[in-house]
Design a protein around this ligand. Structure first.
Ligand SMILES: C=C1C[C@]23C[C@@]1(O)CC[C@H]2[C@@]12CCC[C@@](C)(C(=O)O1)[C@H]2[C@@H]3C(=O)O
Ligand code: AKG
Ligand code: FE2
Length: 358
């Protein structure tokens, strides 16, 4: 059984799309990081989303729902949020506040290190884990105001390069976080299957298996001298089945909603953000949108987030589930292995779903 890291092995990126800027050494926005509004809009159109205003938001406070996992109607509320928004915020999710705060603190320590120390764990061109720019960097004309650290399973190989004498605490916390996030992701997957009326026979046999895939991405968006012309994380959809995000108390995350434009996802101290990724979009036969999202930056507050990406084993064949196909009478996507889809997405990003449409 291939691993998630192996799925990325042949999808090599040039070093300039991996090495982040030394943000501490610049006092003004370099041209390489100065975006025109059209850079973002052009890209959004390539995802074939129509309507909505890109810059102005007049949604009168509308945003994704905040759902309590202990609510007796949680299944219905979560299912409707997936249909209407492709995302929601989740309270009473069962992950201890202490663990989340400790993981955020480790991320802050890591990103506060001098660049020469962080680049010791630079992601290699054919690698999947370690320090670097977002993988989507080559699809955009400008670089993002962002640095990331990707973890798949034990981060000890990368962490030891940064802290040769003491990486145990970082590693233990990241492993515990992945363990707990996996349980939550499985619980949400079961809830969503129930909402979709997926019967026992159709139930996907990998949920709860050791082969499901998970990855953690620590994200940092440093304070930016010209935030209006910079981009934290460019518009993208996640490749996962679903993604669970903890955001620090600094605004920046926005999701694109037809008719409304870019809608902010305000940090809620006790909530995690859950969003539908491409794989659930395929499985649900497009009943759930895979939500397009981006991150803006600001002048005074460094922003952090911790994203957990959950998906089936990489050899698993993903296709619209018959119960959901019935609703639309025809399957909108052909079958594809997760590994094959990762490869198509790495070459086509927003065009990947169109390339597997049936
Ligand atoms: C499992 C993964 C999803 C991700 C690629 C990765 O291998 C680890 C990093 C993830 C991330 C985080 C920032 C946005 C994103 C599009 C990217 O460039 O790297 C996602 C990737 C994804 O969802 O495809
Ligand atoms: O920083 C955030 O809030 C979102 C991060 C994100 O979209 C990602 O890691 O894929
Ligand atoms: Fe994302």
């Amino acid at each position: 059984m291939a691993t998630l890291s192996e799925a990325y092995r042949d999808l090599s990126l040039p070093l300039h799309h991996i090495i982040p800027l030394d943000f501490s050494s610049v006092g003004s926005l370099p041209d390489s990081h100065a975006w025109l509004q059209s850079d973002d809009e052009d890209y959004r159109h390539r995802f074939s989303f129509n309507g909505g205003s890109c810059s102005g938001y007049d949604g009168a406070g509308l945003s994704i729902p905040v759902i309590d996992l202990l609510d007796p109607n949680a299944t219905e509320l979560i299912g409707l949020a997936c249909e209407n928004w492709g995302a929601f915020q989740l309270r009473n999710h069962g992950i201890s506040r202490n663990l989340i705060e400790e993981v955020e603190l480790e991320a802050k320590h890591l990103f506060a290190l001098p660049t020469e120390q962080k680049v010791k764990a630079l992601r290699s061109p054919g690698g999947a884990t370690g320090y670097g720019r977002a993988r989507i960097s080559p699809f955009f004309p400008k670089y993002m105001w962002h640095e990331g650290f990707t973890i798949m399973g034990s981060p000890s190989g990368d962490a030891k390069k940064i802290w040769p004498n003491g990486s145990a605490r970082f590693c233990d916390l990241m492993e515990e976080y992945q363990k707990q996030m996996k349980v939550l992701a499985e619980q949400l997957t079961h809830i969503i299957f129930k909402f979709l009326n997926i019967s026992e026979e159709e139930k996907i046999n990998w949920v709860g298996s050791t082969n499901s895939t998970g990855a953690v991405q620590l994200n940092s968006y440093p304070c930016c001298p010209e935030p209006k012309r910079a981009m934290g994380l460019a518009p993208h959809t996640d490749t996962s089945l679903l993604t669970i995000v903890h955001q620090s108390q600094t605004t920046g995350l926005q999701i694109f909603k037809e008719g409304l434009g870019w809608v902010p996802v305000h940090p809620h101290p006790s909530a995690l953000v859950v969003n539908i990724g491409d794989l659930f979009h395929i499985i649900s036969n497009a009943r759930f949108p895979c939500v397009l999202h981006r991150v803006t930056v600001n002048r005074t507050h460094q922003r952090y987030s911790v994203a957990y990406f959950y998906g089936p084993p990489v050899d698993y064949v993903v296709s619209p589930i018959p119960a959901t196909v019935l609703n639309k009478s025809v399957a909108r996507f052909r079958s594809v292995t997760v590994k094959e889809y990762i490869g198509i997405k790495a070459k086509n990003l927003g065009g990947a779903l169109a390339l597997i449409s049936a």
